[in-house]
Design a binder for this molecule. Structure first.
Ligand code: SAM
Length: 246
């Protein structure tokens, strides 16, 4: 039987409920596997999610015991997120609000954690980071899972298919350091260099078996390549930046 302090099954396995992921978000599983242990046991912890969108991450964290506040600029996204939270029976653990990540309407030292996924790219990084530092409790962590600028294939895809991408602030190594500079300490990890190619078997010639096989293989290859050639980090797709407020 579960005791009040016992971690939920999600916590025990660090698993990510695939129902909470969008089609390309297999790629976020290793990112969550990196960042969830940084958050530890979330029972009773307060988490602010910037740009919650359809509420996948807010729901995932609420299922792990956190009290989540999800903010977004778009009312229809908040509505979708509320439905998502209800479907997963965590609507009582999540509050949603319309708010700008660069102007947070919370007092200083409010949250144990702040999290974002593909959101700071829409903001002035520096303004958002300053606000995060302000509302984070001492000892708290802000974790930003964001898209990087220089992955060759992703860069081309954005140029060809995502018209609004020209106005977004994708992360370079300099941007990562600059966000981190608003906090006392930071660390970061980068994900997906060659593994992006496995999407060929998902989107161009969909063969699920080959997609899984190539994704698994290329992920391992990436971790080896990045270890041997650290400069490849700047050509990865996703960065996870963990910022510490002392
Ligand atoms: C690419 S979506 C990501 C949504 C969600 N985090 C996810 O991973 O599914 C970006 C979200 O950030 C929101 N957003 C953009 N700029 C924002 C800002 N300044 N403050 C709050 N939310 C913002 C958008 O409305 C959108 O819902």
């Amino acid at each position: 039987m579960d005791t009040p302090d016992a971690p939920s099954s999600d916590q025990q396995t660090n698993s990510v409920d695939s129902d909470l992921l969008l089609w390309w978000e297999d790629f976020y599983i290793p990112v969550f596997e990196y960042m969830l242990p940084k958050m530890g046991n979330l029972d009773g912890k307060s988490v602010l999610e910037l740009g919650t969108g359809t509420g996948g991450t807010a729901t995932l964290l609420a299922k792990r015991g956190a009290s989540v506040t999800g903010i977004d600029l778009l009312p229809f996204r908040i509505d979708e997120a509320k439905i998502r939270a209800k479907q997963h029976n965590v609507d009582e653990s999540i509050e949603f609000a319309l708010m700008d990540a660069m102007h947070l309407a919370f007092p200083e030292n409010t949250f144990d954690f702040i999290i974002s996924k593909s959101v700071l790219v829409f903001t002035d990084h520096s303004l958002a980071a300053k606000e995060c530092y302000r509302v984070l409790k001492p000892g708290g962590k802000a974790i930003f899972m964001e898209n990087m600028r220089y992955h060759p294939l992703v860069w081309l895809y954005r140029k060809l298919f995502i018209k609004y991408s020209a106005g977004l602030h994708y992360f370079s190594k300099h941007d990562i350091d600059s966000v981190g500079s608003h906090f006392e300490d930071m660390e970061h990890a980068e994900f997906h260099f060659s593994s992006v190619k496995s999407l060929f078997w998902k989107k161009i010639l969909p063969i699920s078996f080959l997609y899984r096989l190539s994704f698994g293989f290329l992920k391992v290859l990436d971790s080896i390549l990045i270890k041997i050639f650290p400069f490849l980090k700047r050509f990865c797709w996703i960065t996870a930046i963990v910022c510490y407020k002392k």
